[in-house]
Design a protein around this ligand. Structure first.
Ligand SMILES: Cc1cc2nc3c(=O)[nH]c(=O)nc-3n(C[C@H](O)[C@H](O)[C@H](O)COP(=O)(O)OP(=O)(O)OC[C@H]3O[C@@H](n4cnc5c(N)ncnc54)[C@H](O)[C@@H]3O)c2cc1C
Length: 478
């Protein structure tokens, strides 16, 4: 039985440990006092009787990874309410988010006319076809601005993408963030026509099945419930978990690895680094210096999340929340009306109240902004902004907390996929070393699970090959 050390107890490290635990001796080392990384919850000091996510709050249901894992762990999946939908702020007013788009890009310009007006939707309709891009990737925002105009990008694409990456779409890679649109850039063909065909394929899929599938899922108590379920299974399978244990170095000792913490060193057969790129780069500095320097070039965004319980009286909230484009002068960049979005939450809070989340911060925020505010000021400014945008000036704040996510969301800049391919190629040449986490092929929970499961499969396969080689050598000696 091989001994595998996993560094980092976010969803990536936990899934890697869970998949390896049946066949290997597992040691999982987590720097923080709690497991879960970006998955965490609060009850607002007991103001709500059930946990409310303070980090990730949903997972894509269209991908199989999270729903399959939840089923395996015995967790029941919950879906967002279909009675509410989200809005976007434009010129100081909230508008419904157009539904038939791919990350804000419509197949038909008429879809965005109500939101953007006649002139802008005319510009969208008259797509400027550009030459095929020179390399393999391009900035998503720059590409779409050239094709369809800046207004569509600023008002719709940027806030939608910002909701996933806390980034700005002019900084981000087309290939890594919305790869479905890449053929139009590479071939110099119409992006509107491409979106039309993508939406038609989605319609056909829905028609074949039992109607439209929910896009997102969660769990009662929030998507963070994956964390205790995984922890319990890892422990039951004999895995060892140390929290409050920061890994300070990783040494390649021939066919063994030494993973050092401040208090002890773990001697093991293989190590998985499931840490953010800015941590992984330090741990790899001696072992894989080229990968370390490539990882140093992956920037991260910091954000803050303010969950709050609000007294709304008998004038209930409308909708499931709103997005705020960076072109609007607002302190918050989005809000989710949690108790409207998730029926399981609505059922558990008192009549006349609502639960909301307000998000603050994008990649590239300068100094002197929200990061310098004390928690009380952060909450007060966010709530004042929320009241004004949602037009809810008489709602009373009952309880709120500020949760800061420092350097939590990697920014996939143009060329990211190629950088990751080069990192993976170097690491593949180092026996007993694997990298998992959100820094590579997707920040969403399903992508993190997928990479963790791939890493676990590779380790099991290589341990098997090792054992078979060992048996063969033993037989030859006999
Ligand atoms: C505010 C927010 C909202 C989000 N919303 C969604 C959403 O709704 N849906 C979705 O799919 N995704 C969402 N995401 C993204 C998703 O949650 C993350 O990409 C994913 O959870 C990352 O998991 P991970 O395990 O790779 O990394 P992390 O969760 O960052 O875990 C890494 C772990 O490594 C530990 N660590 C770091 N250094 C060391 C060290 N030296 N030694 C030991 N341990 C160390 C850290 O403490 C941490 O626990 C959101 C992210 C944030 C921040």
């Amino acid at each position: 039985m091989s001994h595998i050390t996993i560094v980092g107890g976010g969803i990536s490290g936990l899934v890697t440990a869970y998949r390896l635990a049946p066949d290997h001796q597992i040691t999982l080392l987590e720097a923080d006092a709690r497991l879960g990384g970006c998955l965490h919850s609060t009850t607002l000091a007991g103001a709500v009787p059930v946990g409310l996510d303070t980090g990730a709050e949903a997972s894509l249901y269209r991908r199989p990874e999270t729903k399959d894992l939840a089923a395996e762990l015995g967790l029941d999946v919950e879906f967002p309410s279909t009675a509410h939908s989200s809005r976007v702020l434009s010129k100081g007013r909230l508008h419904p988010i157009p539904k038939r788009t791919v990350m804000g890009v419509p197949g038909n310009a008429a879809e965005v006319r109500d939101l953007l007006g006649e002139d802008v939707s005319d510009r969208v309709a008259h797509e400027v076809i550009t030459d095929p891009i020179a390399g393999s990737d391009v900035s998503l925002g720059d590409f779409l601005t050239e094709r369809l105009g800046a207004d569509l990008v600023d008002t719709l694409v940027d806030p939608l993408l910002g909701g996933v990456y806390a980034g700005r779409c002019r900084d981000l890679s087309l290939a890594s963030t919305v790869p479905a649109l890449l053929p139009a850039a590479r071939e110099g063909t119409s992006v509107l026509e491409l979106v039309q065909s993508l939406l038609a394929a989605r319609d056909a899929q829905s028609a074949e099945g039992t109607g439209p599938q929910p896009v997102f899922m969660s769990l009662v108590g929030g998507i963070n419930r994956l964390v205790p379920a995984l922890e319990q299974h890892i422990r039951e399978l004999g895995g060892t978990i140390h929290t409050g244990t920061q890994v300070t170095s990783v040494q390649d000792e021939g066919d063994r690895w030494a993973v050092a913490t401040e208090d002890f060193v773990v001697d093991c057969d293989a190590v998985v680094l499931a840490t953010p790129a800015h941590v992984t780069k330090d741990l790899l500095a001696e072992v894989a210096p080229e990968s370390a320097s490539m990882l140093a070039s992956v920037p991260y965004a910091s954000t803050a999340l303010i969950p709050a319980l609000v007294e709304v009286g008998d004038r209930g909230l409308e909708g499931s929340g709103f997005l705020v484009p960076p072109t609007e002068s607002s302190f918050i960049k989005a809000s989710t009306f949690v108790s409207n979005k998730w029926p399981w939450m609505r059922e558990r809070i008192p009549e006349g109240t609502a639960l909301i989340r307000m998000s603050i911060g994008r990649y590239g925020d300068g100094p002197g902004g929200w990061q310098d505010c004390e928690d009380d000021e952060l909450i007060a400014r966010a709530y004042a902004d929320w009241q004004s945008i949602a037009d809810r000036r008489s709602d009373r704040l009952i309880a709120a907390e500020a949760h800061r996510w420092e350097r939590a969301l990697p920014q996939y800049l143009p060329g990211h996929a190629e950088t990751v391919a080069r990192i993976d190629a170097e690491i593949a040449g180092i026996a007993g070393l694997e990298l998992a986490g959100s820094a590579y092929f997707g920040v969403g929970i399903p992508a993190c699970i997928d990479r963790a499961e791939t890493v676990a499969r590779r380790i099991t396969l290589s341990a098997l090959t090792h054992t078979e080689d060992g048996h063969t050598q033993q037989k030859e000696q006999e």
